[in-house]
Structure formats: C-alpha cells, structure tokens
Design a protein around this ligand. Structure first.
Ligand code: ADP
Ligand code: 5GP
Length: 185
C-alpha cells in the first residue's frame, strides 16, 4: 500500500456493474473502505439501511445539504444522492484506502474539491450489453430504466474526463485492476 492512499472515485452508467464490482472487491479486501451514501431513493429488496445506503427523507436530505454535511451530492434520475463528508475525511486521515461509488456529477464535484482524487470510469463492453444488464437486473420499472439510459448516454460521453477507464467484461478482472489502481495488493 502506498504511504498516502488517495481517494478513488468509481463512476459509470447505471447498470454497468459498479455495485457488483465493488461487492466482489470488498469480499476479497474488506480493508478497502467504501463510503455509504445518503439517498432519497427507496430501498430495493435486500438493501439495508447503513449498509448499502442511508435511506433518508427529502427533508433529511435538505438538512444534510444545508448543514454542509455532504462532500458532494447530485440528483440522479429523480432521486438525490450524497456522500457524507466527515467519514470520508476521517478514513483518509487514518491512511486507509477510500472508495466512492458515485455518479458523473458527483465525480466532477470531487475533482474540484479534492484534485488529488483518482477518477475511474467503468464502461460497458457495448451499449447493447448495458441495456441488457440494466433491464436484466429487474429492479426498475420501464420508465425508470428509460431515465437511467438517458443519463447513461450523458455519462458515456464524459468518459474522457476520467483518469482511467476500465471495461467491465469480467467482474474479477475489473476488481483486480481497481485494487491495483488503489495500490492495494
Ligand atoms: P450498477 O451498480 O453500475 O448500477 P449493478 O452492479 O447493479 O450495476 O449491475 C447491473 C447488472 O449487471 C446486475 O444484474 C449484475 O449482476 C450484472 N453484471 C455486473 N457486472 C457484470 C459482468 N461483468 N458481466 C455480466 N453481468 C454483469
Ligand atoms: P442506484 O440508485 O442505482 O443505487 O444509484 C444511481 C446512481 O447514483 C449511480 O450512478 C450511483 O453511482 C450514484 N450514486 C450513489 N451514491 C451517490 C452519491 O453519494 N453521490 C452521487 N453523486 N451519486 C451517487
């Protein structure tokens, strides 16, 4: 591990496999600390408060934003999402590798506020495969899938803004590449 771990941001279109890659990575390396975001989205089956997200009301999100408690936040496909600031800063201070899994707008904010951060883009092998994964996940109704695909077109166009692109063909390969980028061996 390097002496001063950097903040690593993983972004990419909805359905590309970010959560799957991160879950695999953390199974092998629980020492990699993943920030738990706050969101106004409703939990999917199996999602737990405090583990996958802090599920908050609109009013609670308003307060988090007004009190400056979020490192970054964005509205994505009709819901708000944000990264609690203190926990991230404490982990970085403690010298631990920190990973954020956030959308493009959030990645741009982190680039501004923490220029040291490493921005990693997770790309699908093809547009067709992205549609297949997002649809196949079966967690969203057709209108939400449509909104997410609209957002995906914008996110894919922003790939050149990132420091590194990883193509998610194999979850194992991508997790390994991401660990190497984070200097975790
Ligand atoms: P995201 O977190 O980026 O929205 P998910 O991790 O929920 O995406 O993955 C979306 C769907 O794609 C899931 O059904 C997941 O099992 C599948 N998936 C993820 N990575 C791969 C891969 N490398 N090959 C095939 N399917 C994948
Ligand atoms: P989902 O609803 O599928 O869990 O997440 C939708 C999108 O929101 C994904 O692109 C995910 O990376 C992003 N996201 C999750 N947490 C945060 C966050 O704290 N901030 C920002 N900006 N985006 C987030």
């Amino acid at each position: 591990m390097s002496e001063r771990p950097r903040l690593t941001v993983l972004s990419g279109p909805s359905g590309v496999g970010k959560s799957t890659v991160v879950a695999h990575l953390r199974k092998e390396h629980p020492d990699v600390w993943l920030s738990v975001s706050a969101t106004t989205r409703k939990p999917r089956p199996g999602e737990q408060h405090g583990v996958h997200y802090f599920f908050v009301t609109d009013e609670e999100m308003d307060k988090l934003i007004a009190n400056g408690e979020l490192l970054e936040w964005a509205e994505f496909a009709g819901n708000r999402y944000g990264t609690p600031r203190t926990a991230v800063l404490e982990r970085l201070e403690a010298g631990e590798p920190v990973l954020l899994e956030i959308d493009l707008q959030g990645a741009r904010q982190v680039r501004e506020t923490m220029p040291d951060a490493q921005l990693v883009f997770l790309a699908p092998p093809s547009w067709e495969e992205l549609v297949r994964r997002l649809t196949g996940r079966g967690t969203e109704p057709p209108d939400v899938i449509e909104r997410r695909l609209e957002a995906a077109r914008v996110e894919l166009a922003a790939e050149p803004e990132f420091d590194v692109t990883l193509v998610n063909t194999s979850v194992e390969d991508v997790a390994r590449e991401l660990l190497a980028l984070m200097d975790v061996v």
